[in-house]
Design a protein around this ligand. Structure first.
Ligand code: SF4
Length: 342
């Protein structure tokens, strides 16, 4: 019988699994704490479980782990982690310090099928989905490199891949991130960023979600969005926005709209005004991300003045708009720059 990777199991699956050993629910809680709070890497360290039970566990399961192949650090403190997976594929995670915050950007797929024109991950194409353990092990591996008193404060699923295209694994990983006996992140500190594949977004709208939702918008009308993000031909902007309008949000929660500003493409005052119009009726805030230029990408970032003008129009129209100065550009760790080449 093939051994089970314990970190691929959500809490209820772990319960079910342990039942087959005749174990009660509290044993699952103990195991979650060992795996995700203490970050142990061997069964011997689970000292509140009997030796017999540990032996049985180790015969039926294993504890997977990830070790960074390479860590690069930019002068602004951003660190990029390159991981090699069991099958030789490579993924990247990025740790971004910002005052008291320490945000970890996770990958959910090897490559990506969506091919957004401003993104290097899209140029790889999709190789495969990550398993739940490969997603959560990124957090554990990065955490092991931190000094004792420094903790990751925020998680964003915004690295390589489209999280909703790997729906079950991304959501199961998030459930572990926010579980009180696993990683214990507040649901306000976990963000899933998506281009908005409609079937999955529809499915998400029917679930009780325990994280923040960010939509990668990047244009205010269909033609430009289809050009920048070919997925828009399949899932057009108007339908994504219509779904956002009826998305059941908890009180005081807003949807974040990510908007990569590309010179001459989507950065005009008309765009800013149109953005105000199309977001009407959606509790929203906007993150403006001036394009991260790369030799493989045929676009330029707008001037600081036009970014400022764009932001002012949104703010005057009553929408919170934050300019995200991209960090880690010199090590290709900024938004849209992950390619897993290392
Ligand atoms: S921006 Fe996101 S969805 Fe688009 S190609 Fe890159 S990783 Fe995929």
């Amino acid at each position: 019988m093939e051994k089970v990777d314990l970190k691929n199991l959500g809490f209820s699956e772990l319960n079910e699994f342990l039942k087959s050993f005749g174990k009660e629910r509290y044993r699952s809680i103990q195991i979650l704490r060992w795996l995700y709070q203490k970050g142990i890497q061997s069964f011997d360290e689970m000292t509140n479980l009997s030796k017999k039970f540990r032996r049985e566990l180790s015969q039926a399961t294993f504890i997977s782990t990830l070790c960074p192949l390479r860590v690069e650090q930019a002068s602004d403190g951003t660190r990029k982690f390159l991981f090699q997976l069991e099958d030789g594929n490579r993924i990247e995670s990025v740790l971004i310090p910002d005052k008291a915050r320490l945000t970890l950007c996770l990958s959910t797929q090897v490559g990506c099928a969506f091919g957004c024109r401003f993104c290097l991950t899209g140029k790889i194409g999709l190789k495969r989905d990550l398993s739940v353990s490969e997603i959560v092990n990124q957090i554990l591996a990065v955490r092991r490199t931190l000094p004792q008193k420094r903790a990751i404060t925020n998680i964003v699923l915004m690295g390589m891949g489209e999280p909703l295209a790997n729906y079950d694994h991304s959501l199961k990983a998030i459930a572990l991130m926010t579980h009180p006996d696993a990683f214990k992140f507040s649901s306000r500190r976990v963000t899933l960023s998506t281009v908005g594949p409609l079937p999955q977004l529809e499915r998400l709208s029917k679930e009780k979600i325990s994280f923040r939702l960010a939509i990668s918008l990047n244009a205010t009308e269909e033609e430009t969005r289809s050009y920048l993000m070919p997925v828009n031909r399949l899932y057009p902007l108007r339908k994504v926005l219509a779904l956002c309008k009826r998305f059941p949000l908890t009180p005081r929660t807003r949807i974040t709209f990510e908007y990569v500003l590309v010179e001459g493409m989507n950065d005009s005052s008309q765009d800013a005004k149109r953005l105000l119009r199309i977001l009407k009726g959606i509790p929203s805030k906007v993150n403006l991300i001036p394009l991260n230029e790369a030799p493989e990408i045929p676009f330029k970032k707008p001037s600081e003045e036009s970014v400022k003008r764009f932001q002012e129009i949104l703010m005057e129209g009553g929408i919170t708009a934050i300019v995200r100065t991209s960090k880690g550009r010199e090590i290709s760790a900024a938004c849209g720059q992950l390619h897993g080449k290392g």
